[in-house]
Design a protein around this ligand. Structure first.
Ligand code: TXE
Length: 475
């Protein structure tokens, strides 16, 4: 069902220059704030002028969502809602090429990823949750679970479309209506998705998209007409949102940062582990909350593994996101590039050894070469803080106990990876790791049927799978 979209043939497939409005009550409308520009991070060219929603626009969107909830979407039988979700999934497949190109030029990610990972997973989420819409009473939430109401959803820029799908598909399946704010550096595919909602003849007001920066997000989560807030982004903003929501009747789920350990035992299949490590940290330029940003390798194989890893890193192609052969694309924004540089410099200052393969980065745009730090201590900032870029910190361990202690030595708890041929060791390790998602002999695998979410400062609540319905239902 989830066929990969054909590759775009040229960079002219999508012409998106122009001005883009907010999507409220089924229509594209102007915003009252000062419009902002969306930039192509690969060459810093301006892609589009985008409307900025102020409080009055957010208020209109929330009211439209409430009306749609009360009059059409809430009362609609689940089997009818399912039809709309299936229709959206199919249109996403039909327009996959357009979505993939737009995602790559707005975000900077390689077209191979947006085409083969992001967009197919978006369709998969809508198919998956369409299947739940008429079976909610079998989901184990009691006989007659009800939608919560209007969901206010704020998403980041690393997987603009996929995060939208994670948020919107379960909300709609349960009978909620939505006001979603995409990130300010990647608003375009959310607006294309709004067009898909129109094409699917989704009733007006069921999905509303308000573009803007942090103030727009703040106005949305603070609006008293919102019943449920769902946020993915930085731990710091997650904390701010938790404070705003505290003391209100609103429900909250947070999916925040991570500092995942990828643990390689000395019996692991090393070439396979190298592929997993590369995928774990260089996929999507490392702009991944569950990225395997700390490599923990058992001492006897550390030298051998690093040698193979460096050889593999030297084959990575960094460059034009629209080139089908590109492995590592552009860093999403100047601000994110500055953060990656700052933390990498801190790594050098604190005494870790930095290495990147020789690679020529384009002169224009935001770029950072794949980088590995060895000789990293647990106290180093690059071992503790989320870098959110293509930068790997390598630490070593002797015993499984030490691996577990080091892996858990972080305020985060989103994901982890384990590489060993011994099933018993894999289970022993997994049972002791404090992380919401644990992969064994693979990394960064996603499936709509599988719940995703964090422990500790990585947030709470789950998205995906049956568990992903919980935040959107009253029992
Ligand atoms: O995140 P923000 P930023 C981490 C990553 C990255 C750092 C900063 O380490 O380097 O966060 O990224 C909206 N009320 N992650 O600054 O600010 C904002 O407009 C409501 C991890 O981009 O959290 C955007 O839509 N909303 C992460 C969204 O929040 C507010 C993904 C995320 O932006 C707001 C992204 C406010 N007060 C970054 N302030 C992950 N978990 O995957 C901002 N926003």
């Amino acid at each position: 069902v989830f066929e990969y979209a054909p590759a775009p043939e040229s960079r002219d497939v999508v012409d998106i220059r122009g001005s883009y409005g907010l999507f409220i009550d089924g229509e594209f409308v102007d915003g009252h704030g000062e419009p902002f520009k969306s930039i192509n991070p690969a060459d810093e060219s301006v892609l589009a002028d985008v409307a900025r929603a102020d409080e009055t626009d957010v208020d209109r969107a929330v009211k439209a969502a409430r009306r749609a909830f009360d009059t059409v979407w809430g009362p609609m039988p689940g089997r009818e809602r399912a039809k709309y979700l299936y229709r959206i999934a199919r249109i996403v497949q039909e327009r996959a090429r357009e979505l993939a190109v737009l995602e790559s030029i707005d975000n900077g990610k390689p077209i191979r990823e947006s085409r083969d990972v992001d967009v197919p997973l978006v369709a998969a989420h809508f198919f998956y949750y369409a299947g739940w819409a008429d079976k909610l009473r079998y989901a184990g939430f009691g006989d007659d679970p009800r939608p919560v109401g209007v969901a206010g959803q704020v998403i980041p820029w690393n997987f603009p479309l996929l995060m939208l799908a994670w948020k919107i598909a379960p909300a709609l399946a349960c009978g909620n209506t939505v006001v979603l704010k995409p990130a300010e550096t990647t608003p375009l595919t959310a607006l294309l998705f709004a067009d898909i909602c129109r094409q699917a003849e989704l009733p007006p007001g069921v999905v509303n998209i308000v573009t803007g920066a942090g103030e727009t997000g703040r106005a949305l989560v603070a609006h008293e007409g919102i019943d449920k807030v769902a946020f993915t982004g930085s731990t710091e903003v997650g904390r701010q949102i938790a404070r705003v929501v505290a003391g209100t009747r609103k429900r909250l789920t947070l999916e925040l940062g991570g500092k995942a350990a990828n643990i390689v035992y000395d019996d692991a299949a090393l070439d396979q582990a190298v592929e997993g490590i590369v995928n774990g940290i260089f996929f999507n330029q490392g702009h991944v909350c569950c990225a395997g940003s700390r490599l923990l390798v058992q001492e006897p194989v550390a030298d051998e593994l690093l040698e193979r890893l460096k050889a593999r890193m030297a084959t990575l192609r960094v460059g034009d996101p629209l080139d089908k052969n590109t492995d590592v694309g552009a860093i999403n924004s100047a601000a994110q590039l500055a953060k990656i540089r700052e933390l990498s410099e801190a790594g050098e200052r604190e005494g870790a050894e930095r290495w990147s393969p020789p690679c020529e980065l384009p002169a224009q745009g935001y770029w950072f070469a794949p980088t590995v730090f060895t000789g990293v201590a647990q106290s180093h900032r690059i071992a503790r803080e989320e870098i959110f870029g293509p930068v790997l910190s390598v630490l070593t361990f002797r015993t499984p106990e030490e691996a577990v202690t080091k892996a858990n030595n972080t305020p985060y708890g989103l994901s982890a990876g384990i590489w060993t041929e011994k099933g018993s060791l894999s289970l022993w390790t997994a049972q002791r790791l404090r992380a919401g998602v644990i992969w064994a002999n693979t990394f960064n695998k996603f499936d709509p049927a599988s719940p995703f979410g964090g422990y500790k400062e990585s947030g709470f609540g789950r998205e995906g799978g049956r568990h992903g319905l919980e935040g959107y239902l009253d029992v």
